[in-house]
Design a protein around this ligand. Structure first.
Ligand code: ADP
Ligand code: MG
Length: 448
């Protein structure tokens, strides 16, 4: 049996045991790249999902695979580049042809936030379904979930996720006509059009798009003329196979003064809620924001912030304060600095989430395919030197362990050796892409 056939069978088995959305989001993104020496290399077309897949499905995948190979297989996950992607999309993603429209340049001026992409969106249990639906819609707008209605509290990532769909659709089909606006902008535009007697051009503009994104749709409730116009816009767009995506702070049935016919339209597609981010998701969001700001934020520091700041909108603000403070004071971003900024009423990282030094040692060793005895041992081969120095660096910068103690942890090394290693990596992190990439990879595993 070749790898592809084997994998198709394994996936078919797994598909029975997981929900449709989970399969679509996670397992269908995988492919068996290699099976040799009791090791299966599994490629994943979405690198950001690797950790999640490994964490959630390792044993399930292994059990299924082992049942066919009749061996005890080790699974290794790796990212695959977009050229060898193979999606098991199925009929969900059949592309519908779009009707020809006369080009109107208003569509070029989309005001999407550059950073609100899928790559920058962290996925966890509170938003996994919404993410799955959003990626499905992005791949083939108008054919899977239509309308897509995302709702949830302030700061849970509705706007971000919705704009990510916009970015992805435009990247796939640059000439597609999209309008992205808030419920408030939509309302203002209609009122203005009525006042200026230009409703004709309003209709032309809105009713002929391939995808309409309305953020915070709850705003139109109670405004009769606006709801009336929106109803017709909605119908016109859907009639031509166009996609409609909306966000709201509450589900359709809880929006007061929303016309019944609109409510039933909203509920005619897929309605998904996004929950408040848990501790782990808040950490992941912080690390993403730090990366965007080109700052190496130690995970332990991210955890302290996440333990203390629950509102996701405040996470980024706090991070900016910390970065500014570290720059003006000329000090590193470390636990002391953050504790000072957060103040005395600070909560400690929940013990469950505190990383232990042994975990770091294990993860660095396995990252470089070294045995524990090799990384802790005394042999001074060149292949061992760099992983060891990276290990010192992570123990120092992430866990804030004193140099002498790091030396003790690693079989009684002298603290000057540790210091030398930490300094060297601190310098290289900013200049050497390979080392930077390795450290990000190791930190991702630590987060897992
Ligand atoms: P909402 O529209 O639901 O009020 P936003 O989309 O404006 O929330 O998100 C608030 C902030 O939190 C933004 O900076 C956004 O990038 C960030 N954010 C929220 N959820 C996530 C996530 N899952 N991954 C990355 N960033 C997120
Ligand atoms: Mg929003």
């Amino acid at each position: 049996m070749d790898n592809q056939t084997l994998w198709d069978i394994v996936l078919a088995d797994l598909q029975i045991n997981v929900s449709k959305a989970s399969f679509q989001t996670f397992l269908s993104q995988t492919k068996l790249l290699d099976l040799n020496n009791h090791t299966a290399t599994i490629g994943c077309s979405q690198p950001m999902l690797i950790n999640l897949i490994e964490k959630r499905y390792y044993s399930q995948i292994k059990k299924t695979l082992d049942s066919y190979t009749k061996t005890d297989t080790l699974l290794v996950f790796k990212a695959i580049s977009s050229e060898n992607k193979k999606f098991n999309d199925g009929p969900l993603f059949k592309l519908k042809p779009y009707p020809e429209f006369t080009p109107i340049n208003v569509y070029q001026t989309l005001n999407l936030n550059r950073d609100y992409t899928f790559d920058n969106f962290a996925v966890s249990s509170s938003n996994q379904m919404a993410y799955a639906a959003a990626t499905a819609v992005a791949k083939s707008p108008g054919s899977s979930y239509n309308p897509l209605f995302l709702y949830g509290g302030v700061g849970v990532g509705k706007t971000h996720l919705m704009q990510a769909i916009g970015h992805a659709i435009i990247a796939n089909q640059p000439n597609i006509k999209i309008i992205y606006c808030s419920g408030e902008e939509f309302t203002n535009e209609i009122i203005e059009a009525i006042g200026n007697k230009t409703t004709g051009s309003f209709k032309k503009k809105y009713r002929r798009v391939n995808a309409l994104f309305i953020d915070d749709i709850q705003f139109i409730a109670g405004k009769n003329a606006v709801q009336e116009e929106f109803f017709h816009t909605f119908n016109a767009i859907q009639q031509y196979g166009g996609q409609i995506i909306m966000t709201s702070d509450r589900p359709p049935e809880e929006i007061n003064k929303l016309e019944a016919r609109l409510r039933s339209r909203f509920e005619g597609g897929l309605t998904i809620d996004i929950g408040q981010p848990d501790f782990e998701l808040r950490c992941a969001i912080l690390l993403i924001k730090a990366k965007q700001r080109k700052v190496d934020l130690p995970i332990e520091v991210a955890k302290i912030i996440a333990a203390n700041i629950e509102n996701p909108r405040k996470l980024d603000g706090t991070l900016v304060r910390i970065i500014t403070e570290s720059q003006t004071k000329g000090v590193l971003i470390n636990q002391e600095l953050v504790k000072n900024i957060l103040g005395k009423t600070m909560k400690e990282t929940p013990p469950k989430y505190q990383i232990k030094p042994e975990e770091v040692i294990n993860i660095v060793a396995s990252f470089y395919n070294l045995k524990l005895t090799q990384i802790k041992g005394i042999r001074r081969d060149r292949v061992l030197a760099l992983p060891r120095q990276i290990l010192y660096y992570i123990l120092r910068s992430e866990l804030n362990i004193p140099l002498v103690e790091i030396g003790n942890l690693l079989g009684g090394r002298d603290h000057t050796t540790i210091m030398h290693g930490v300094r060297k990596i601190t310098e290289l992190v900013g200049t050497d892409e390979k080392i930077h990439g390795d450290i990000v990879g190791i930190k991702n595993r630590l987060m897992g």
